[in-house]
Design a protein around this ligand. Structure first.
Ligand SMILES: [Cu+2]
Length: 234
Protein backbone atom coordinates (compact mmCIF):
# COMPACT_ATOMS: atom_id res chain seq x y z
CA UNK A 1 0.00 0.00 0.00
CA UNK A 2 1.29 3.43 -0.86
CA UNK A 3 1.40 5.39 2.37
CA UNK A 4 2.54 8.58 0.72
CA UNK A 5 -1.00 9.45 -0.30
CA UNK A 6 -1.48 13.20 0.07
CA UNK A 7 -4.85 14.49 1.03
CA UNK A 8 -5.69 17.93 -0.28
CA UNK A 9 -8.35 19.22 2.03
CA UNK A 10 -10.69 22.06 1.33
CA UNK A 11 -13.65 23.55 3.11
CA UNK A 12 -16.39 20.89 3.60
CA UNK A 13 -19.11 23.13 2.13
CA UNK A 14 -17.22 23.30 -1.15
CA UNK A 15 -17.08 19.51 -1.59
CA UNK A 16 -19.30 17.63 -4.00
CA UNK A 17 -20.62 14.18 -3.11
CA UNK A 18 -17.95 12.50 -5.23
CA UNK A 19 -15.22 14.59 -3.58
CA UNK A 20 -16.53 13.60 -0.14
CA UNK A 21 -16.40 9.93 -1.20
CA UNK A 22 -12.79 10.28 -2.35
CA UNK A 23 -11.84 12.13 0.83
CA UNK A 24 -13.32 9.30 2.92
CA UNK A 25 -11.38 6.67 0.94
CA UNK A 26 -8.17 8.69 1.36
CA UNK A 27 -8.72 8.98 5.12
CA UNK A 28 -9.38 5.23 5.36
CA UNK A 29 -6.12 4.57 3.48
CA UNK A 30 -4.18 6.80 5.88
CA UNK A 31 -5.70 4.98 8.87
CA UNK A 32 -4.79 1.61 7.29
CA UNK A 33 -1.20 2.83 6.84
CA UNK A 34 -0.98 4.03 10.43
CA UNK A 35 -2.55 0.88 11.96
CA UNK A 36 0.02 -1.07 13.98
CA UNK A 37 1.46 -3.94 11.95
CA UNK A 38 1.33 -7.12 14.01
CA UNK A 39 4.70 -8.84 14.05
CA UNK A 40 4.86 -12.21 12.33
CA UNK A 41 6.41 -15.32 13.79
CA UNK A 42 7.36 -18.68 12.38
CA UNK A 43 7.05 -22.21 13.58
CA UNK A 44 9.31 -25.16 12.79
CA UNK A 45 7.85 -28.55 13.64
CA UNK A 46 9.49 -31.97 13.71
CA UNK A 47 7.24 -35.03 13.57
CA UNK A 48 8.33 -38.47 14.81
CA UNK A 49 6.55 -41.76 15.37
CA UNK A 50 6.52 -43.62 18.68
CA UNK A 51 9.75 -45.39 17.70
CA UNK A 52 11.55 -42.08 17.07
CA UNK A 53 11.53 -42.31 13.26
CA UNK A 54 10.99 -39.07 11.34
CA UNK A 55 7.55 -38.92 9.71
CA UNK A 56 6.80 -37.51 6.25
CA UNK A 57 3.35 -36.55 4.92
CA UNK A 58 2.19 -35.18 8.28
CA UNK A 59 -0.08 -32.15 8.00
CA UNK A 60 0.90 -29.54 10.60
CA UNK A 61 -1.71 -26.81 11.06
CA UNK A 62 -2.11 -23.92 13.48
CA UNK A 63 -5.48 -22.49 14.51
CA UNK A 64 -5.33 -18.97 15.89
CA UNK A 65 -7.36 -18.38 19.06
CA UNK A 66 -10.26 -15.99 18.67
CA UNK A 67 -9.79 -15.67 14.94
CA UNK A 68 -12.07 -16.84 12.19
CA UNK A 69 -9.96 -17.11 9.11
CA UNK A 70 -11.27 -15.42 6.02
CA UNK A 71 -11.90 -17.85 3.19
CA UNK A 72 -9.74 -16.72 0.36
CA UNK A 73 -10.62 -18.59 -2.83
CA UNK A 74 -7.62 -20.73 -3.70
CA UNK A 75 -6.78 -23.55 -6.06
CA UNK A 76 -4.64 -26.66 -5.86
CA UNK A 77 -3.97 -29.70 -8.03
CA UNK A 78 -3.55 -33.43 -7.45
CA UNK A 79 -2.02 -35.14 -10.47
CA UNK A 80 -2.34 -38.73 -11.61
CA UNK A 81 1.02 -39.94 -12.85
CA UNK A 82 2.20 -43.49 -13.51
CA UNK A 83 -1.01 -44.77 -11.86
CA UNK A 84 -0.34 -42.90 -8.63
CA UNK A 85 -1.79 -39.72 -7.15
CA UNK A 86 0.81 -36.97 -6.77
CA UNK A 87 1.15 -35.74 -4.10
CA UNK A 88 0.11 -38.42 -1.63
CA UNK A 89 -1.03 -35.83 0.98
CA UNK A 90 -2.41 -32.37 0.17
CA UNK A 91 -3.39 -29.74 2.74
CA UNK A 92 -5.80 -26.93 1.80
CA UNK A 93 -7.96 -24.35 3.52
CA UNK A 94 -11.74 -24.92 3.49
CA UNK A 95 -13.18 -23.57 0.24
CA UNK A 96 -10.22 -24.52 -1.96
CA UNK A 97 -10.92 -25.80 -5.48
CA UNK A 98 -8.77 -28.79 -6.42
CA UNK A 99 -8.08 -29.84 -10.00
CA UNK A 100 -7.49 -33.50 -10.81
CA UNK A 101 -5.49 -33.58 -14.06
CA UNK A 102 -4.73 -37.02 -15.46
CA UNK A 103 -1.18 -37.09 -16.87
CA UNK A 104 -1.34 -40.80 -17.78
CA UNK A 105 -2.28 -42.06 -21.22
CA UNK A 106 -4.98 -44.24 -19.70
CA UNK A 107 -8.20 -43.18 -18.02
CA UNK A 108 -8.79 -42.89 -14.27
CA UNK A 109 -11.99 -42.72 -12.23
CA UNK A 110 -11.36 -40.57 -9.15
CA UNK A 111 -13.74 -40.77 -6.21
CA UNK A 112 -14.16 -40.12 -2.49
CA UNK A 113 -16.66 -41.58 -0.05
CA UNK A 114 -15.43 -39.43 2.85
CA UNK A 115 -18.13 -37.44 4.71
CA UNK A 116 -16.16 -34.20 4.29
CA UNK A 117 -16.40 -34.52 0.48
CA UNK A 118 -18.19 -37.19 -1.49
CA UNK A 119 -17.64 -36.95 -5.23
CA UNK A 120 -16.62 -38.84 -8.30
CA UNK A 121 -15.05 -37.95 -11.61
CA UNK A 122 -16.13 -40.81 -13.90
CA UNK A 123 -13.50 -42.33 -16.21
CA UNK A 124 -11.63 -39.54 -17.92
CA UNK A 125 -8.43 -38.60 -19.67
CA UNK A 126 -6.72 -35.21 -19.61
CA UNK A 127 -8.11 -32.52 -17.35
CA UNK A 128 -11.71 -32.45 -16.08
CA UNK A 129 -13.78 -29.44 -17.11
CA UNK A 130 -14.02 -28.11 -13.55
CA UNK A 131 -12.21 -28.48 -10.23
CA UNK A 132 -13.79 -30.00 -7.11
CA UNK A 133 -14.44 -27.50 -4.32
CA UNK A 134 -13.59 -28.83 -0.84
CA UNK A 135 -16.10 -26.83 1.19
CA UNK A 136 -16.18 -28.72 4.49
CA UNK A 137 -13.53 -29.26 7.13
CA UNK A 138 -12.24 -32.82 7.43
CA UNK A 139 -9.89 -35.47 6.07
CA UNK A 140 -10.73 -36.89 2.69
CA UNK A 141 -9.52 -40.18 1.22
CA UNK A 142 -9.24 -40.37 -2.57
CA UNK A 143 -9.26 -43.51 -4.64
CA UNK A 144 -9.51 -44.67 -8.25
CA UNK A 145 -12.26 -47.13 -9.21
CA UNK A 146 -9.98 -48.82 -11.74
CA UNK A 147 -6.68 -48.98 -9.86
CA UNK A 148 -7.29 -50.09 -6.30
CA UNK A 149 -3.80 -49.23 -5.07
CA UNK A 150 -4.17 -45.55 -6.01
CA UNK A 151 -4.77 -43.61 -2.82
CA UNK A 152 -4.26 -40.05 -1.66
CA UNK A 153 -5.48 -37.77 1.10
CA UNK A 154 -6.72 -34.19 1.36
CA UNK A 155 -6.69 -32.39 4.72
CA UNK A 156 -9.36 -29.67 4.49
CA UNK A 157 -8.44 -27.22 7.24
CA UNK A 158 -10.19 -24.28 8.96
CA UNK A 159 -7.00 -22.19 8.81
CA UNK A 160 -4.63 -20.78 6.21
CA UNK A 161 -1.62 -21.74 8.38
CA UNK A 162 -0.41 -25.24 7.46
CA UNK A 163 2.45 -27.23 6.01
CA UNK A 164 3.13 -30.89 5.13
CA UNK A 165 6.23 -32.54 6.57
CA UNK A 166 9.00 -33.65 4.21
CA UNK A 167 11.12 -36.81 4.34
CA UNK A 168 13.09 -35.35 7.26
CA UNK A 169 9.87 -35.02 9.28
CA UNK A 170 10.08 -31.21 9.16
CA UNK A 171 7.29 -28.74 8.43
CA UNK A 172 7.62 -24.95 8.56
CA UNK A 173 4.85 -22.41 9.01
CA UNK A 174 5.83 -18.84 8.10
CA UNK A 175 4.30 -15.40 8.64
CA UNK A 176 2.03 -16.28 11.52
CA UNK A 177 0.54 -13.12 13.06
CA UNK A 178 1.37 -12.83 16.77
CA UNK A 179 -1.10 -14.60 19.05
CA UNK A 180 -2.13 -17.84 20.69
CA UNK A 181 -2.30 -20.90 18.49
CA UNK A 182 -3.43 -24.47 18.85
CA UNK A 183 -1.01 -26.54 16.78
CA UNK A 184 -2.22 -29.89 15.49
CA UNK A 185 -0.78 -32.67 13.38
CA UNK A 186 -2.62 -35.20 11.23
CA UNK A 187 -1.14 -38.04 9.24
CA UNK A 188 -2.97 -40.74 7.22
CA UNK A 189 -1.70 -43.46 9.61
CA UNK A 190 -2.45 -41.53 12.82
CA UNK A 191 -4.13 -43.50 15.59
CA UNK A 192 -6.73 -41.21 17.15
CA UNK A 193 -7.82 -37.63 16.51
CA UNK A 194 -5.29 -34.78 16.08
CA UNK A 195 -6.85 -32.96 19.07
CA UNK A 196 -5.40 -35.66 21.35
CA UNK A 197 -1.88 -34.44 20.59
CA UNK A 198 -2.55 -30.70 20.25
CA UNK A 199 -0.11 -28.16 21.66
CA UNK A 200 -1.00 -24.58 22.55
CA UNK A 201 1.62 -21.91 21.99
CA UNK A 202 1.99 -18.18 22.34
CA UNK A 203 3.70 -16.81 19.28
CA UNK A 204 5.19 -13.34 19.08
CA UNK A 205 7.76 -11.91 16.69
CA UNK A 206 10.00 -14.93 16.95
CA UNK A 207 10.85 -18.36 15.71
CA UNK A 208 9.51 -21.26 17.68
CA UNK A 209 10.25 -24.96 17.45
CA UNK A 210 7.91 -27.78 18.40
CA UNK A 211 8.14 -31.52 18.19
CA UNK A 212 5.36 -34.07 18.02
CA UNK A 213 5.55 -37.79 18.69
CA UNK A 214 2.59 -39.62 17.22
CA UNK A 215 1.35 -43.20 17.40
CA UNK A 216 1.02 -44.45 13.82
CA UNK A 217 -0.52 -47.54 12.32
CA UNK A 218 1.77 -49.55 10.03
CA UNK A 219 1.70 -48.25 6.44
CA UNK A 220 0.87 -51.21 4.19
CA UNK A 221 0.48 -49.15 1.04
CA UNK A 222 1.36 -50.83 -2.22
CA UNK A 223 4.17 -48.67 -3.55
CA UNK A 224 3.70 -49.60 -7.20
CA UNK A 225 1.17 -50.96 -9.58
CA UNK A 226 1.08 -54.76 -10.02
CA UNK A 227 2.84 -55.90 -13.19
CA UNK A 228 0.62 -56.92 -16.10
CA UNK A 229 2.38 -60.29 -16.34
CA UNK A 230 1.16 -61.17 -12.85
CA UNK A 231 -2.47 -60.56 -13.72
CA UNK A 232 -2.53 -56.90 -12.72
CA UNK A 233 -4.91 -54.27 -13.97
CA UNK A 234 -4.38 -52.26 -17.14
CU1 LIG B 1 -6.80 -45.13 -12.00
Amino acid sequence: MNCNTKIIWSKPESLSLIEVKFARIAIALVYACLAPQLPAGSLDVTVRDSGGALVANAVVYAKKSGATSARVPKQAAIDQRNKQFVPYVTAVQVGTAIWFPNSDNIRHHVYSLSPAKRFELPLYAGSPAAPVVFDKEGFVTLGCNIHDWMIAYVAVLPTPHFSVSDQSGRASLRNLPAGHYTVLVWQPSLKGAPERFAQVIDLADMKKELSFTLPLKPDFRAQRAPALSTGGYP
